[in-house]
Design a protein around this ligand. Structure first.
Ligand SMILES: Nc1nc2c(c(=O)[nH]1)N[C@H]1C(S)=C(S)[C@@H](COP(=O)(O)O)O[C@H]1N2
Ligand SMILES: [Mo]
Length: 247
């Protein structure tokens, strides 16, 4: 039979270890709560920064001057070789089967019949020697030619008062631009680079060339275009790059 002493000791041990458990438990809980607060802070901070970036978009859109052109260059300024950039290595660039490829149209567009490359190339063409500026810190001068997006949007009966033009690509890349920039005279749906059809690395068979915006807005391997009032952001924009990305 246990003495009262022994029982008390047992009780105390139990109490102590229980207290230790409670203390340990509370510490873990506190740490957990702290982590939760830190996470909530991070989420709040991210929301705040995203909010500021959208405010920045609105300011850039308000200050946008459609009569301002990106600088153009002479052929001697063309960068050779032209650098590749993508969210993967160059060897992973999608090989699009041009015969099967179509540009599909959706959203606020009157005539959504898909376009073959051949038919696109029969439309009005424009050529430009301009600088592509990548946010990662390099730029290069190239020569692109293709259909002015303005003429194309008009041709297919897109709602030119829609807020955005959104683009989807064969490599699951996507981006979107404001309508005013889509209608800018230097914004083209390029089919050619240096007078030749676009190669796989550089966006075959069709890419957006928009010299008034940063490189990541220049979607390559475009497969779908829509005019929309829904803000769909973009691949890099979702990861924090400013959406408007005007120069
Ligand atoms: N489909 C698609 N388009 C894309 C990208 C991409 O990864 N996929 N990268 C963008 C980025 S960040 C830049 S700088 C330019 C690079 O174009 P270039 O390879 O012709 O230099 O393409 C843009 N368009
Ligand atoms: Mo880029």
């Amino acid at each position: 039979m246990k003495s009262d002493n022994e029982r008390a000791r047992g009780q105390r041990t139990y109490t102590l270890s229980r207290r230790r458990l409670l203390v340990g438990g509370s510490l873990i809980a506190a740490a957990g709560a702290g982590a939760a607060v830190a996470l909530a802070d991070a989420a709040r901070r991210k929301r705040w920064l995203d909010g500021m970036s959208r405010l920045n978009d609105i300011t850039q859109a308000a200050l946008f001057d459609p009569s301002k052109h990106a600088q153009t260059f002479g052929p001697a300024s063309i960068t050779n070789p032209f650098p590749f950039n993508g969210f993967y290595a160059e060897s992973m660039a999608p090989e699009v089967d041009v015969a099967a490829w179509r540009l599909t149209l959706s959203g606020r567009v009157a005539n959504t019949a898909p376009w073959e490359l051949r038919s696109l190339m029969q439309l009005e063409h424009a050529s430009q020697i301009t600088r592509l500026i990548c946010i990662e810190g390099w730029s290069a001068v190239g020569q692109w030619a293709g259909v002015p997006l303005n003429a194309f949007l008009t041709r297919v009966g897109a709602d030119l008062s829609a807020k955005y033009v959104a683009l989807r690509c064969a490599d699951d890349y996507w981006t979107s631009i404001d309508m005013a920039s889509a209608l800018h005279p230097q914004t083209i749906m390029a089919t050619h680079f240096l007078g030749q059809p676009l190669t796989t690395s550089f966006g075959a068979p069709l890419r957006l060339r928009i010299p008034i915006k940063l490189g990541f807005k220049n979607a390559k391997h475009v497969t779908e275009l829509s005019a929309t009032n829904d803000f769909v952001s973009g691949y890099w924009e979702k990861q924090g790059y400013n959406w408007f990305a005007g120069l």
